[in-house]
Design a protein around this ligand. Sequence first.
Ligand code: CO
Length: 359
Amino acid sequence: MTVDTKILEELTNAHGPSGFEGPVRDIMRRELEPLSDRIEVDGIGSLIASKDGASNSPRIMLAAHMDEVGLMVKYVTDDGYVKFQALGGLLDSALIGQRWVILTHKGPVHAVTGMKTVHVMTPEERSAGFKRDDIFLDAGATSKEDAASRLGIRPGDPIAPDSKFEALNGSDYLLGKAWDDRIGLAVMIEVMRSVQESPIQGTLYAVSTVQEEVGLRGAQTSSYIVKPDIGINIESGVAADYPGITQDEAQERLGSGPGVFLHDTTMLPNLKLRDLVIDVAEENDIPLQFEVLAGYGEDGAEMQRSFGGAPVVNISVPVRYLHTHNGIIHRRDIDQTIELVSKLVQKLDQATVDGVRSF
Ligand code: CO
């Protein structure tokens, strides 16, 4: 099972800061409609595609989030600079010196996060970094009035990172923004494709959620619609295979296959489900890695605790440099994650799900 580069490129290039996922939702609707029996959208924008199987049960929920970390216009200064509110977890040092797109009612407006010039800094200032409150966007507006009337910038407009997809030097290392969690969406599309030819036992729900980066909000509302018996969240894993990060902080490596989360701030997986994932990986010669993180939150948590609770596992594609303009993933990890999740949903008949759910 392989994923088409074109859809990866389209998904990662699309603008979709939390709460403004429209362009990503359009892609997901277009891709999932031919693969689904029903499509619905919940009250805050999560897209729920479902495919019937041989019987009505179990209800299997896949989820991946459409939003990416970004910014929002707070106000424009009298001389035309844009101050912002962050949407999601961004390091101050990841904000500086980058290109952005302000999504206004008049269309996209290009801007950069400017910074004070090195020439005028004291030696202490040069190594100190920048504070969030000192950072601003420069869209080439001459005044507050010019920003509003000519460029159409209004308070509340979303601001997306501006960074384009590239197969890094023609290799299997794929560079782009927002792999968190566009890569989960790409995997979900291919899993839905896989059940066209080999239908599963129950109903498969592929949910593209909104507002994950600001608190798992779309996963909460959509879980209440789907009412899952079991859940599989698909996310970006934290790679720890570059200088300055240790195995104690994160354990995934690019090119070493899908990851299975065992701990993050929001969720503990069901261990019977973990073991089922291990069995499926072994039966199909798919390499597996494990991830134990002290931080991190993910949509699986909301699936897990809706209604009376459901067993859930979070499966990840490892990503380097999450929540920056330039993340890197490895193509083989994507293909192996698609295969793993596709084979896993085939296993989830009612008896197997009952077994996982028995305590
Ligand atoms: Co994510």
